[in-house]
Ligand binder design. Structure first.
Ligand code: SAM
Ligand code: SF4
Ligand code: SF4
Length: 372
């Protein structure tokens, strides 16, 4: 049985031995000192709970072939009803309880978070949380219209997904014929209103968009935006993942290095998902997210809350814990807090370290539901 993580290319010689102990200080958390109320939680492998990714909807206006293939997410697909979604008060309440356990960073995601009506109201509520590093991942399609409202609501930065600058390739990958130009307009508007540093995520799939990698690097080099390459993952069980579709980050780094010399940089904090590299000419940096070829489970501090309020402790989970049921059944904060603590203390997840041809076939929860 092939364990993909073991079959990974050797690590490059970088200087990650000098990992900084603390997270990068963001403009938000310099202003206010914040400490979790409860003693820190640790899972069975000693990993603390630090990050929460919140899916605010399972719906999306794209049908990216690697995430929500049309054959599965067609006209008849049953998305969650509005009443099944956590409302903004419920999300806010849970965030406050999660924070007692040490959550420092919240990422709003989906599905496509900007299709959730009045999302800026939720942002406004969460932005009041002292010292919280709050961010959002979007496909950028609605960003031109929404960037200013998000900024006004208190969002400070954003991550935009963009898989190619080649219009035909991009339209084919989002599978709804959405043009590159409109995403670029969204990025420009986010930049203009000050949602920075802006990160751009590119999922690389061999034979589909890997020929776009150097063009993307060239385009974003010197822009102040940080381009990050994500290895195509076997999330969910509908995207037809095969190891042959994965372009290892090492290969991408050497392709970029051949055009624009790059060198590794220290991570900002333990558990940072992207490995950082910078252009030797000082024109910015790129990141590589290598969940397949260089598993980073040992430092994984991320929990995920689905749009209907289930708690998951791994992106590749098959089951979650229903917190909405507790909330709507009248549970108090202490009960919710204890439920979260129980789940985290029992956590054993390390999927990317133990991925095999068999685990790939598991009925894992879809990324659009659990939150990317
Ligand atoms: N709709 C938003 C977007 O696309 O940015 C947010 C949700 S999306 C699930 C979050 C991130 O997951 C995106 O950057 C997307 O490209 C990435 N993603 C989705 N499916 C993936 C897969 N199979 N492998 C790697 N990354 C994936
Ligand atoms: Fe939608 Fe994002 Fe998934 Fe693409 S990656 S289908 S934009 S949720
Ligand atoms: Fe974390 Fe699971 Fe990804 Fe490992 S596979 S890094 S435990 S989300």
């Amino acid at each position: 049985m092939l364990c993909v993580a073991q079959a990974a290319a050797p690590k490059a010689d970088n200087n990650s031995g000098k990992r900084s102990k603390n997270r990068m200080t963001t403009p938000q958390n310099t202003a206010i000192a914040w400490k979790p109320a409860d003693p820190p939680l640790a899972d069975t492998r000693g990993r603390p709970l630090r990050d929460l990714r919140i899916s605010v909807t399972d719906r999306c206006n794209f049908r990216c072939t690697y995430c929500m293939p049309k054959e599965v997410y067609g006209r008849d697909f049953q998305f969650l009803e509005r009443s099944q979604l956590l409302n903004f008060d419920e999300v806010h309440r849970l965030v406050k309880i999660f924070r007692r356990h040490g959550i420092e960073k919240v990422r709003i995601t989906g599905g496509e978070p900007l299709v959730r009506r009045q999302l800026e109201k939720l942002i406004e509520m969460l932005a009041q949380e002292p010292g919280l590093d709050l961010t959002l991942t979007t496909n950028g399609s609605l960003l031109k219209q929404k960037a200013q409202a998000l900024k006004d609501a208190g969002l400070t930065r954003v991550t935009v997904s963009l898989d190619s600058l080649d219009d035909a390739v991009f339209r084919g990958m989002n599978d709804v014929d959405f043009p590159v130009a409109k995403v670029l307009e969204g990025i420009e508007e986010a930049d203009r209103v000050g949602l920075k540093p802006l990160k751009v995520n590119m999922v690389v799939k061999r034979g589909t968009n890997d020929q776009s990698v150097v063009d993307m690097a060239r385009f974003f080099k010197g822009s102040g935006h940080i381009l990050r390459f994500i290895e195509f993952m076997d999330v969910g069980h509908t995207n037809g993942w095969q190891m042959g579709h994965v372009v290892p980050s090492r290969e991408l780094a050497s392709r970029i290095n051949a055009e624009f010399p790059i060198e590794p940089v220290d991570p900002n904090y333990i558990g940072e998902v992207a490995e950082r590299w910078r252009y030797k000419d000082g024109s910015g940096e790129v990141g590589f997210i290598s969940s397949v070829t260089q598993a980073f489970c040992k430092d994984c501090t991320r929990a995920r809350l689905s749009a209907e309020g289930s708690l998951y402790t791994c992106l590749f989970a098959t089951e979650g814990t229903d917190l909405r049921n507790l909330i709507r059944g009248g549970a108090g904060d202490e009960e919710l807090s204890a439920a979260i603590a129980r789940v985290w203390r029992a956590r054993t997840d390390r999927y990317s370290e133990i991925r095999t041809a068999d685990t790939v076939k598991l009925r894992k929860v879809e990324m659009s539901y659990i939150g990317g």
